[in-house]
Design a protein around this ligand. Structure first.
Ligand code: SAH
Length: 245
C-alpha cells in the first residue's frame, strides 16, 4: 500500500529540515517538489529516486493545482513511498490541504509532515521576533497575493488596526498597495516595515523602512520575499545576527 507524505521542506536553510522529513526523503521512491524547496534536499534521496518538478516560477504555476493533484495521485499508484515536498510548511499557504483532500477522496493513504514555515523563521533570521512581550502579543500571517484594492477583497483589513505583527507572504509585487491600505485604515505612515528576501539562505537581504518609504527602498529585491509590519521590526537593530556585513 503506497503512502504520500505531504512534507514541509522548511524555508531554505537545509538544516531547518525536520528529522522526520529527512527520513521520508531518504526512503522516497519519488519526490514531487516545488521551486521553494531547497534543491540540495534532493541530494539526500536514495539512488534511483525519481524527481518530478511541479513548481511555480515567480508566482506562475507551471502546472495548475488540479494537475498537480493528479500527478501526486498517479505517482501514488506507481510507487510505494511518495514525498510531496513543499517550501516551508505544507499547510501555510501551501495548498497542502487541497492535496490531502484529493488523496482522501481517492483513498490514498497520506501523512502530513509539518515544516518550519517561512512566516516565523525568515523574520527570526532577520533578528525580528514575531511576538515580543510589551510590543506584540500576537501575529498574523496574511496572503499578499490578493490585490488590496480588489472590491471583494477577503482580507479583513479593518482587523489590522492593532499593533500586532503582520506577516505578508506572496506580497512583494503588491507592497505599495499593501502599505497604502494600512495607512488608509489608520496606521501611522512612519510605522515600521521590513522586507526580507531569500531568508535563511546565504543570499538573504533585509530592507527596513516605514509604510511610507519601504516600497521605494525594497524595489528590485529578488523573490521569494516576505513583508513584516509591526513594532517588532525595531528589535532587529539589536537582534540581527545572520547576515555578515
Ligand atoms: N508554505 C510556505 C509558504 C508558501 S507561500 C511556508 O510555510 O513558508 C510562498 C511565500 O512564502 C513567498 O511568496 C514568500 O512570501 C514566502 N517565503 C517562502 N520562503 C521564503 C524565504 N526563504 N524568504 C522570504 N520569503 C519566503
Amino acid at each position: 500500500m503506497s503512502k504520500v507524505y505531504l512534507t514541509g521542506a522548511g524555508p531554505g536553510d537545509i538544516e531547518l529540515l525536520t528529522l522526520k522529513a529527512l527520513r521520508v526523503i531518504q526512503d522516497a521512491d519519488v519526490i514531487i517538489y516545488d521551486r521553494l524547496a531547497n534543491p540540495d534536499i534532493l541530494e539526500k534521496a536514495k539512488s534511483g529516486c525519481e524527481f518530478v518538478y511541479v513548481g511555480k516560477e515567480d508566482g506562475r504555476h507551471i502546472l495548475p493545482q488540479d494537475e498537480i493533484n493528479e500527478v501526486i495521485y498517479e505517482n501514488a499508484l506507481k510507487y510505494e513511498t511518495v514525498v510531496r515536498l513543499k517550501g516551508g510548511d505544507p499547510f501555510v499557504f501551501g495548498r497542502g490541504g487541497e492535496e490531502a483532500l484529493y488523496l482522501k477522496q481517492r483513498e490514498v493513504e497520506f501523512e502530513i509532515i509539518p515544516g518550519i514555515t517561512s512566516s516565523i523563521s525568515v523574520p527570526a533570521y532577520a533578528g525580528i521576533p514575531v511576538t515580543h512581550r510589551g510590543v506584540a502579543v500576537s501575529f498574523r500571517v496574511v496572503t499578499g497575493h490578493e490585490a488590496p484594492n480588489k472590491p471583494a477583497s477577503q482580507i479583513p483589513w479593518n482587523d489590522f488596526k492593532s499593533d500586532d505583527t503582520l506577516v505578508f507572504l506572496m506580497g512583494l509585487s503588491k507592497l505599495s498597495l499593501i502599505c497604502e491600505k494600512l495607512i488608509e485604515i489608520g496606521k501611522p505612515s512612519n510605522f515600521p516595515v521590513a522586507v526580507i528576501s531569500r531568508g535563511t539562505t546565504p543570499e538573504q537581504k533585509v530592507v527596513v523602512g516605514t509604510l511610507e518609504t519601504i516600497a521605494n527602498k525594497a524595489k528590485g529585491l529578488p523573490t521569494p520575499a516576505l513583508i513584516v509590519v509591526g513594532k517588532v521590526v525595531e528589535l532587529r537593530e539589536q537582534l540581527k545576527w545572520f547576515e555578515k556585513e
